[in-house]
Design a protein around this ligand. Sequence first.
Ligand code: ADP
Ligand code: ASP
Ligand code: MG
Length: 440
Amino acid sequence: MLVMKFGGTSVGKPERMKKIAELLLSTPGKKIVVLSALSGTTNALVSIGDNLLLGQKAKAEETIATLETHYNTFVKELYGSESFQAIGQEIVSRFFIFIRLLAAGHFDNKGYRELLAQGELISTELFYQHLQERKISARLLPALYFMSIDENEEPELEKISVRLKPLVSSLNNIEIIITQGYICRNHRNEIDNLKRGGSDYTASLVGAAIQAEEIQIWTDIDGMHNNDPRIVKKTVPISELTFDEASELAYFGAKILHPSTIVPAQKMNVPVRLKNTMDEKAPGTIITSKGTEGSFKAIAAKDDITAINIRSSRMLMAYGFLRRVFEVFENYKTSIDMVTTSEVAVSLTIDNNTHLTAIENELKKFGVIEVYKDQTIICVVGNKITEQKGVLNKIFDSLSSIPVRMVCSGGSTNNVTVLVDKGNKAPALNALNEGLFGLK
Ligand code: ADP
Ligand code: ASP
Ligand code: MG
């Protein structure tokens, strides 16, 4: 069985949805199809939710009305017959009644998460009806029946698998099973989500849960590129990556994949293939446990990083010091990305400032604290690159004109990370593109 995930741009226009139906028809065998919301929808729902939390109901209603018009036009173009256009209008009107109901009542974080879920719920219903109109046999399998996260917001892979396997077997004569990406239930059984870009993660969790043959992520680009195409002009697709390489790239900001996508697939050894909906003939990228060693594969960048420096001549050499520092971060559920130490100081980075003030206050008991916001981690990835000669030379030669605040190498054999001011991100990515890949 295949898992095929289609992202926002792949379902964002009526003709693209029709194209997905063609793709499914030309792909033999049984598949679970994971769909995102139409592009722009989750952003609009976030803006509606933010306005409602601030009590700005009129502003929220403006966005709701614009979104509703967009969906009404969408269904007019998606369905050919009058009867299916009527079905489409009914779906849209039902969803927007519900959205306005949420907006009218007492709006809290629980309502916000319910609001965010509407994007994937409506896209899957619209697509299902499109297949119905074309007499393509399919079933809708609601993600809220099987997808769950625990009290630490971690997906419950075992439980997902136990729920999903019998559901899928009970549909054994159905070739196309459609489900929602992104959405799930939390430990309070409320509607929740896997964070922005989470449909990739859904696809990987589903693929791991049923031990699929392959997880395919269909998007708007021909696979993982060697650098961020939004920032660097000349980038090239990479045909093969290991799970470790892809995982580091996703975690360190390659937007094509949600940061945690690779984890479940790697756990169950299910290959992940990245494909382009706009150019299905393009080979894309295949991600497996096997790889070629020793060359630079790609560069990714992660923004909104805060660096914290703790200087403490008294304590650093004492055993147990680092444990106590790390405990502060653990108590505030804030994960650390980079760490470097010297005899008198330790520097580390976090990507979540929610508890920064409290963390800073607690760290003050260890020594002098310096905080640098608006930093960017640049991550250079390649299977076993740190075991090769001259790798650091090449990286630092490329970055010779850019100030580097921190460097980490050796923690993993697959990557070297450096920290730069956010303003130096684009120059650093371009300089590395030229220095490591000869592309400019
Ligand atoms: P979807 O809506 O299908 O989930 P996304 O917008 O989340 O699509 O991800 C695809 C986008 O990721 C591409 O259009 C590209 O701009 C961006 N991207 C960032 N880094 C990379 C990279 N290294 N390789 C490919 N795409 C990347
Ligand atoms: N619709 C969600 C988002 O925009 C999830 C996804 O597209 O992967 O973040
Ligand atoms: Mg995405």
